[in-house]
Design a protein around this ligand. Sequence first.
Ligand SMILES: [Mn+2]
Length: 345
Amino acid sequence: MKREQRRYTRLAEALAGARRALILLHDHPDPDALAGGLLLRRILRRGLRVAADIGYGGRIGRAENQAMVRELRIPLIHRAQLRGERYDALALVDTQPGSGNHSLPEGLRPEIVFDHHPLRRSTREAVFSDVRPGFGAVSTILFEYLQPAGLAPDRRLATAVFHAIRSETQNLGREGTPADARVFTTLFPLVDNRRLARIEQAPVSPGYLGSLSVALRTTRLFGEVAVARLGRVPYPDAPAQLADFLLRVEGVEWVLACGMHQRRLYLSLRAERHGAQAGRVLRRIVGDRGRAGGHGSMAGGRIDLDRAASAATEEARLERRAREILGVAHSRPRPLMPGRACPPR
Ligand SMILES: [Mn+2]
């Protein structure tokens, strides 16, 4: 029996007797989590005849992600509307138990886990888990289950998965594997290009422009490390969005971006180099003040400000830690845009 078939059979066994499953994504879901959720819902409903809802916590902030949900009609239930008693099975997608970036109530254990972040010990307690840290996208992992389930992707699913791999791996240039590339090319002829264009060219919000303006004016460079302290941000994944942008600046090898949303500081770390262990580096920067995790060249984290000092103090501490850990503690700060005065802190 093929490996894909065996995995699918084990998934089916883990869900034996289940009638309705909750598929929980990480908070502030990104395209990969959204497409992964859509894939698993399709596999459960059409393949295994288990009803399934997709739940999430936090907020879908980026204009492109809002457009993805709208254009591809991804059915989502916010945690505030979830009724836990309706479900007799729980699956996590693009996250794992104990990672701290999802809205699973403490103590509740998922039966099923699909992820491509480094394996966590608590995931082993799940009845079924498929965690492959080398993969560029969790959608690639879930896509493998369609065939053994006897399913083929329609245009909507193909567009979702294609967009997920494309955005998560930056067109396979970041963290992509041959498996991601295979799914990407398989799906290409099936993609709804007009919808995809409406997603990728989604109208930019004034809130994003505000944060972009702050980033351009106040980002400081220490050698090849850019530190963006964005202050209040319009949505939690704005620092990640701007970190991606700043990584494109000439000579920048690392970006740390942070911004506050509802008394919480959201952090994003990006590295130009592959295998830079960004997840590990960000965990060291954050220390025991908050949570962090990620892949080789991208990582995210957060710090609750109720327990910590003011946002400005915490940001200053993060900047200092980042400079120490990345070896630029003694580099003189330079402004992002030449000819400008270096922003005071
Ligand atoms: Mn992902």
